[in-house]
Design a protein around this ligand. Sequence first.
Ligand code: BV8
Length: 245
Amino acid sequence: MTRSDFGSPPRDGRIVILTGAGISKESGLDTFRDANGLWSRVRIEDVATPEAFARDPARVQAFYNARRRGLREAAVTPNAAHRALVALEQRWPGEILLVTQNIDDLHERAGSEKLIHMHGELFKARCLACAGIMDWRDDLESTTLCPGCNSTGGLRPHVVWFGEMPLEMDRIYQALADCDLFVAIGTSGTVYPAAGFAMEALAAGAHTVELNLEPSAGPSAFAERRLGPATRIVPDFVERLLSDR
Ligand code: BV8
């Protein structure tokens, strides 16, 4: 298969999509670094590191319990951008992989199947005692019993904190090395290793596209940029990709 030198990928090209908090913003979930984002209200060091969990587990559990309750709210549903990515997965003839930094479940609720949650999932818990990973939609406390091993005090959110290894990195790097088109959607490009994926794809010869409300940080590895709210620019982009075939 020949890779396109620029512009959209060959008809049966391989696509890797990376999403961040911006794709869920219009579904009512907070981003992290926007004006009133999550990190403007709490410090990463207090709620999103293993050291924070060891120091004050109740505070960390409370932070994720509040976000889990928020994600359960009826008003929080997938939006047109999530749905456009499902249409692309279902109608694109080549391989496609959706990598999300988000821990919400909006991509799977929209119908995405070829999906990797590289930073874990808010509706999952992990037991430090038995390493079990289980679906979990309720609050977590230090007194919560692990249904797998009946121990207490060991259940944590199945979420990748700062300083921890993101999930399925080998599979992600292989997909980046093989892809013809890389699309980053709604991410500020400030958290590694995800922030380095565009450069990895570019180095592998892919066409790189950023769909964002504002341009992401740092030197750009993007050959193409489209700015606007995700619910408008993602459906437009997918429509153009599918009509160009
Ligand atoms: C790692 C889960 C080794 C938790 C998250 C010192 C010590 C240890 C590590 C480091 C260190 N210094 C640097 C590091 C690396 C560190 C890092 O990058 N730190 C940053 C702060 C500098 N990274 C790590 O620790 C990672 N692990 O390095 O392990 C390693 C190295 C290489 C290879 C393998 C292993 C682990 C990082 C994971 C941390 N966990 N999330 C939780 O969710 O609570 S990261 C957190 O930031 C979220 O997951 C989020 O997804 C991610 C990135 O944020 P964005 O999604 O981009 O959101 P943001 O608010 O920033 O931007 C929103 C964007 O949307 C904006 O561009 C905005 O314009 C746009 N937008 C807004 N509205 C809309 C919109 N776009 C479209 N439409 C709209 N309507």
